[in-house]
Design a protein. Structure first.
Lengths: 270, 262, 333, 426
């Protein structure tokens, strides 16, 4: 049986097709660009193509992410925190603590062995602690996103950004540039300051091994190192980490189907 | 006959103005990059190029703006607060309150009949309600800042923007988009939120006519109109509004020069 | 004393803050700002006196500004004692009430009359009893009425004359008796934190929408500050003793025991499966309690969620996300 | 005028060394304190009951002072971050976070270990957060918490109701201390101690009063804050009383030789608000480069408002302790605070007022904007309002603050018309 998880994020839209709650058949990803529903559909089609099935073959579709309600052709929706906890444990079964850094928010959660969220905390007051900040720095410093990590890792003396405000932090970076702080140090400083904020969330929830990073920032090795350095812990980052919430949604969809099919009646739409 | 220059290195743009005999001869405007000293030099060069005068003819260069200390070739520096006051007084002598909204801060300045600063207030919490706020939100709508003023004028049902945090406002904008709100209504909502922040600053110094609006955001007609409407007062906006800081700097430099000469 | 009491819970979402920010500072709760905004924009003209209970430094300081901006009205900062063990507390509070009365007499133009006070105490006793009845229904049969309903009915009590509100509460009670108690598969939740500034209706609604039953709450604490007040004898002394003996255990009263024990006791009493801390943004007394509460809840493995709110928020995405996660973490295995 | 770069401030040399020794001794002594032999009481600075508590053999820890010492030494941030990871939000008072973080991390500071409390004395004069803070400590250490309720000052003089209430509580408190320590209360000893307090207070007041001179031989904010330690922490000891004699002798020397803290006094300021301890020097430099000197300030009166006529009176020990607690600066209502600041401006011949607001402190700060408004619009006194934090370096934005200070002094200078234009070179 094939279930689909769609993570309609504010920055990017991600999807996976899952067979019997176990095997990933296909996955896809695209920037949301303000059109989550359209993007969701495209991704579904892309994945169907990759898995060589028809979109109609998907038996159960579960959405998550900021626009989870907007996508009407769904069977279920779950919160992206619930979903990413499940997904993280699917990707790395020993995980008990998940840090999810996406485009607009960072969350930390402690999870059970099944990936159930026990406690969580997300950044609220300020936007200074998430991927969007990295994007803006990349733009400002004119370094492509993909090149940020390799460059940052060359840093010898990272210059940590002290400002709590995402926008004022930019000014601080400008000042650093003006003061001729080497680029790698500035870049690593960006990741470290993100890591410091995430670390506060992590400690709030309580850190216990193993710790996994999920969300878009898994793509950046510098982020992983920065978290490790800040927390003096080791962090796993699965290459599919950005899809954790989509995977979790597909899994939750699957267990829902199992539950429902043990009862009489048809599958309802949520 | 002294040719003086004012160079305003802001957070977003570098402005330069050349003044002689109370007349503005040349000006330049360009975004700032990371090398502020070079940006400053370039802005002076560009302004000079417009007038055909040579660098050697400039008697005094005064720097202002947050990067004023990068105008290393200048003689003097003055804070942008003093400069916007003087510049606004020069353009509209009856000005008593100056509102300057630039890239990353908003200032309300109370001035006396001589154009001297009596009191001022600046945004302190964060970058909310500044030009950057509008830039980011315009970006979220796929628009350029220069378009948002006129577009917003057509709004019929302005939305309410509650997140004044620049970064969260961006997502609020996206959520309005996904709820099918029209761009003009969102823009009007954003402008209104900038105005209401500014009013709060203006209250601090006390509002009395005339009010002059300066800085890059004064080029946004939506903000200008909303401001006038909320103040129930006419608002002076010069076509040179983004240059007011630079004008003030040039005039300050001139005064200084004259004072030391006598 | 010829005055009609109205409880002012801030200005609500419709008041735009443009003056109060400047007068107060940045890290402050909305209720203080919007209340001050009302004063600064002359919208409180009809009122002749303002009594500020000293619940926290902010409310206290707002009084100081009121006294400047509304020189024509009486303003009084009522010092609510925090020492619940001293023999001197009741006499002090009684004296404090006398000082307040002197001000109110000036404002109302009628002299203080202990008999009228006793009658008023009786009326308020009835109101509190009826409200307690309503909150008990919510605790025992949470499916019978929504939190929004319970809240709105109570909120009216701060605006209407008590003579009208009390029969209204009685009517609500008899109508509730007719209503079926349809219990959903929802999580019995204790709501802690909004004892002063009140959340928006949307947010109050949202908590139950996502699948919680709020079986006990701290909303509108003002109507529940005392148990019954004895109307006989010296009414002022009675009020003062009622204040000292009040079982109310919120962030702005010095704790009778440790905060940890207190929260566990309350969870037990409400038979709650989880706790939602809903604190006003920048409400420091509430925020500091949450830290202590959550330690105790974690020890006992009781799920909780901490959200912050503001008077004027229209976007509930983050709140919804977190509330849903909270519910899902209890429901899903 | 060209502002000069700040030269290193000349503290009163002997007094500085003397104070340094006293501070060291205090922390050294604390390191071995705790337990029944040498019990430790925690107390707040504002309107503190140090004389009573000490007379029962307690060592006293003032977490606020520990906090400001941490901030000056640049070690507050790790404590604050630790507290934030426990759930204390960005907007919770920095003192609270520094202390709770520090306690969780073991209480070790660069100037010595802070011993855990045996008794928490919460006589809260003027800040409700004290109660919350002490509740958290009580929960952590499981030690008794005594709340003494200090009524808020709403009239210029302490009222009979308030005094009676507080004196009654002091008596109950003394009974409790007798029970806990097994000692009996020695009124004569308290009188003797209060005699010392009075002498220290008189010395302190003389010191502060010299700000009236032109040029001012003292810096009534940055320097006075530095010399608050004895008056707040060691009040009642012989040492503290002698200390201010040393200070004043040196002030007299300054007056004689004309060596003042700000060499060319240009602007005389009254300063209101808690200092940004994390950037104490930097902040001070922003003043000095403009020739600005504080001649009077409210913050040095957080412990007690001695310079407006009140001194401890050994003849009426408990009453005067009660009066002292009631009168602490933050326990004064806004109308009283406004009045005081106005008096300072007039009495000390100040040109302007500088308000430093603390983002994470409501008690002191909420309403300072209104104060500013009143000073400027009602009294016509130029006033600058700057916001940062006392403990959290993340809220100190040097460039912004400097910009405001420069603009402010520029405008003062310009309006004074001394030179047509102030010019700042970096
Ligand atoms: N190579 C990379 N290096 C650094 N950051 C990256 C990289 N790739 C993606 N990101 C970050 O990931 C974020 C998107 O994360 P994601 O979890 O997909 O967001 P959301 O679910 O909120 O839409 C982007 O904002 C970007 O900052
Ligand atoms: N044509 C325009 N229409 C509307 N807004 C504009 C326009 N040009 C610039 N702006 C706004 O002005 C801001 C820059 O203002 P400016 O005063 O130059 O800032 P700064 O002095 O801080 O560099 C930009 O952030 C932008 O929002
Ligand atoms: S400080 Fe900056 S990031 Fe934070 S709320 Fe304000 S604008 Fe947003
Ligand atoms: S909401 Fe909190 S901080 Fe605000 S006035 Fe009420 S108790 Fe004080
Ligand atoms: S007065 Fe302010 S700084 Fe002092 S403890 Fe209270 S909140 Fe903190």
């Amino acid at each position: 049986m094939i279930t689909c998880g769609l993570d309609l994020g504010s920055g990017t839209t991600k999807g996976v097709l899952l067979e019997d709650g176990q095997r990933i058949l296909a996955s896809a990803f695209a920037p949301t660009r303000g059109a989550p529903v359209e993007r969701g559909r495209q991704i579904l089609e892309l994945m169907a193509e990759e898995a060589n099935i028809l979109p109609g073959d998907v038996e159960y579709l579960c959405t998550t992410g900021a626009a989870r309600y907007a996508f009407l052709d769904r069977n279920l929706q779950v919160s992206d925190i619930t979903a990413s906890g499940r997904g993280a444990v699917f990707l790395a079964p020993g995980t008990r603590h998940v840090v999810d850094i996406g485009s607009q928010s960072s969350r930390a959660m402690s999870v059970s062995e099944t990936g159930r969220v026990i406690r969580f905390k997300m950044n609220e007051k300020c936007a200074a602690g998430a991927g969007r900040f990295v994007d803006r720095c990349a733009k400002y410093l004119q370094v492509p996103l993909e090149e940020m990590a390799p460059k940052a890792l060359a840093s010898a003396q990272p210059k940590i950004i002290s400002s709590v405000c995402a926008v004022l932090a930019e000014t601080e970076i400008i000042n650093n540039v003006a003061e001729e702080v080497p680029l790698p140090d500035i870049l690593m400083g960006v990741f470290l300051s993100l890591a410091q904020r995430a670390y506060i969330l992590m400690r709030y929830v309580g850190i216990q091994p193993e710790v996994a990073l999920v969300g878009g920032l898994v793509k950046s090795e510098a982020m992983v190192r920065a978290l490790e350095r800040t927390g003096k812990i080791s962090i796993s980052a699965h290459p599919m980490g950005q899809h954790a919430a989509a995977i979790g949604a597909a899994m939750l969809g699957y267990s829902r189907v199992q539950k429902l099919s043990s009862r009489p009646g048809r599958l309802p739409a949520a | 006959m002294t040719l003086v220059a004012g160079v305003d290195i802001g957070s977003t743009t570098a402005k330069c103005v050349l003044i002689e005999n109370g007349k503005i001869l040349g000006k330049s405007l360009a975004p700032v990059g990371v090398e502020l000293v070079k940006d400053a030099e370039r802005s002076l060069e560009q302004a000079l190029a417009e007038t055909g005068r040579g660098r050697g003819e400039v008697a005094v260069v005064t720097g202002t703006g947050y990067g004023r200390f990068k105008v290393t070739f200048g003689q003097y520096t003055v804070t942008e607060i003093g400069c916007h006051a003087k510049g606004a007084h020069f353009l509209f002598p009856a000005t008593r309150v100056v509102l300057d909204i630039g890239g990353q801060d908003t200032k309300a300045i109370k001035i006396n009949e001589k154009g001297e600063v009596v009191d001022f207030a600046m945004n302190d919490k964060c970058a909310a309600g500044t030009g950057r706020f509008l830039d980011v939100c315009a970006g979220a709508l796929g628009l350029d800042v220069s378009e948002i003023g006129s577009l917003s004028l057509g709004a019929r049902h302005p939305v309410k923007v509650t997140n004044t945090c620049t970064v969260f406002a961006e997502s609020e904008v996206s959520s309005y988009v996904s709820r099918g709100k029209e761009a003009k209504d969102i823009l009007a909502g954003l402008n209104a939120s900038v105005v209401s922040r500014s009013l709060s600053l203006m209250q601090r110094v006390g509002i009395e006519p005339e009010v002059t609006f300066t800085g890059g955001v004064s080029r946004n007609e939506g903000v200008v109109r909303t401001l006038g409407y909320r103040l129930k007062l006419p608002v002076n906006v010069s076509p040179l509004s983004q240059y007011v800081g630079a004008i003030g700097a040039a005039l300050h430099g001139l005064e200084r020069k004259e004072a030391t000469a006598t | 004393m010829g005055l009609f009491p109205v409880s002012l819970h801030g200005g609500g979402e419709s008041v735009e803050i443009s003056h109060a920010d400047a007068a107060l500072g940045s890290f402050l709760c909305s209720i203080s700002k919007s209340t001050l905004e009302l004063a600064l924009t002359s919208r409180l003209a009809p009122f002749r006196a303002f009594v500020f209970p000293y619940v926290c430094d902010v409310s206290r300081n707002v009084e100081g500004i009121f006294s400047r901006v509304l020189p024509g009205a009486e303003t009084y900062m009522l010092h609510l004692p925090q020492n619940f063990h001293s023999a001197a507390t009741v006499p002090f509070l009684t004296a404090e009430y006398r000082r307040l009365i002197a001000r109110l007499e000036k404002a109302g133009g009628e002299p203080y009359d202990p008999e009228r006070l006793a009658a008023s105490i009786e009326l308020f006793n009835q109101q509190r009893a009826a409200i307690a009845d309503l909150t008990a229904t919510k605790r025992n049969e949470p499916g019978k009425l929504t939190l929004t309903e319970s809240y709105l009915v109570r909120r009216l009590g701060g605006l209407l004359p008590r003579e009208i509100h009390i029969p209204l509460l009685h009517r609500v009670r008899s109508e509730l008796a007719q209503r079926p108690n349809r219990t959903k598969d929802a999580i019995r939740t204790l709501l802690v934190g909004p004892f002063c500034e009140q959340p928006t209706l949307d947010l109050i609604d949202l908590m139950e929408q996502v699948g919680c039953y709020i079986v006990d709450d701290e909303l509108l604490q003002i109507h529940r500050w005392y148990d019954r007040v004895d109307p006989g004898g010296d009414p002022l002394t009675n009020l003062a003793s009622a204040y000292v003996q009040s079982p109310v255990d919120i962030g702005v009263r010095a704790a009778p025991t440790t905060k940890g024990e207190a929260i566990l006791r309350r969870v037990g009493a409400a038979e709650a499966q989880g706790v939602i801390f809903l604190t006003a943004k920048f409400c420091e007394p509430a925020l500091e309690d949450v830290v202590l509460y959550r330690k105790a809840l974690e020890r006992e493995k009781i799920p909780y969620l901490h959200l912050e709110f503001e008077e004027r928020s229209t976007s509930y995405e983050s709140a919804r996300l977190q509330l849903e996660t909270f519910v899902e973490s209890i429901l899903f295995d | 005028m060209e502002p000069t770069e700040g030269t290193e401030p000349k503290f009163l040399a002997t007094a500085r060394d003397e104070q340094r020794r006293m501070v060291d001794e205090y922390y050294t002594n604390l390191a071995t304190a705790g337990g029944p032999k040498k019990p430790v009481a925690y107390m707040f600075v504002g309107g503190n009951l140090t004389e009573i508590v000490r007379s029962f053999g307690y060592e006293v820890v003032f977490p606020e002072i520990v906090g400001l010492n941490c901030a000056i030494k640049h070690v507050s941030l790790p404590n604050i971050l630790h507290a934030e990871s426990q759930g204390y939000g960005l907007d919770v008072c920095g003192y609270v976070k520094n202390d709770l973080g520090l306690q969780e991390l073991g209480g070790q500071t660069p100037f010595g270990r802070v011993p855990p409390p045996d008794l928490l004395v919460c006589s809260f004069s003027g800040c409700y957060i004290y109660v919350k803070w002490w509740e958290a400590l009580a929960e952590k250490f499981g030690c008794p918490l005594v709340v003494l309720d200090v009524p808020y000052m709403r009239a210029k003089e302490p009222q009979a109701e308030d005094l009676q209430y507080l004196v009654a509580q002091l008596n109950e408190f003394i009974a409790l201390l007798e029970k806990r320590t097994g000692r009996s209360f020695d009124r004569a000893e308290l009188r003797r101690v209060l005699e010392n307090s009075r002498r220290a207070e008189q010395g302190w007041v003389d010191y502060l009063d010299s700000g009236r001179l032109r040029p001012s031989p003292i810096e009534a904010y940055f320097e006075a804050v530095f010399y608050m330690f004895p008056i707040n922490v060691l009040r009642g000891t012989e040492e503290a009383a002698d200390f201010y004699a040393t200070v004043n002798a040196e002030v007299a020397e300054r007056v004689r030789t004309g060596r003042c803290p700000v060499p060319e006094e240009k602007f005389r300021l009254v300063v209101e608000g808690v200092p940004p301890y994390t950037n104490y020097r930097t902040f001070w430099d922003f003043f000095r480069r403009w020739g600005a000197v504080s001649v009077a300030a409210t913050y040095p009166k957080v412990g007690g408002l001695f310079d407006r006529g009140f001194l401890h009176d050994p003849a009426r020990p408990l009453e005067s302790i009660a009066e002292y607690s009631l009168g602490a600066y933050v326990n004064q209502s806004w109308p009283l605070r406004r009045k005081l600041i106005e008096e300072y401006v007039r009495d000390f011949g100040a040109d302007a007022v500088l308000i430093h607001g603390i983002k994470s402190c409501r008690s002191f700060t909420a309403g300072q904007g209104d104060l500013r408004d009143w000073l400027i619009h009602d009294l016509g006194i130029p006033t600058l309002y700057i916001e940062s934090d006392h403990e959290d370096p993340r809220y100190f934005a040097p460039a912004q603050i400097k910009n405001r200070m420069d603009a402010f002094f520029e405008s003062l200078d310009q309006r004074r018309g001394s030179t047509p234009l102030p010019m700042v070179r970096s």
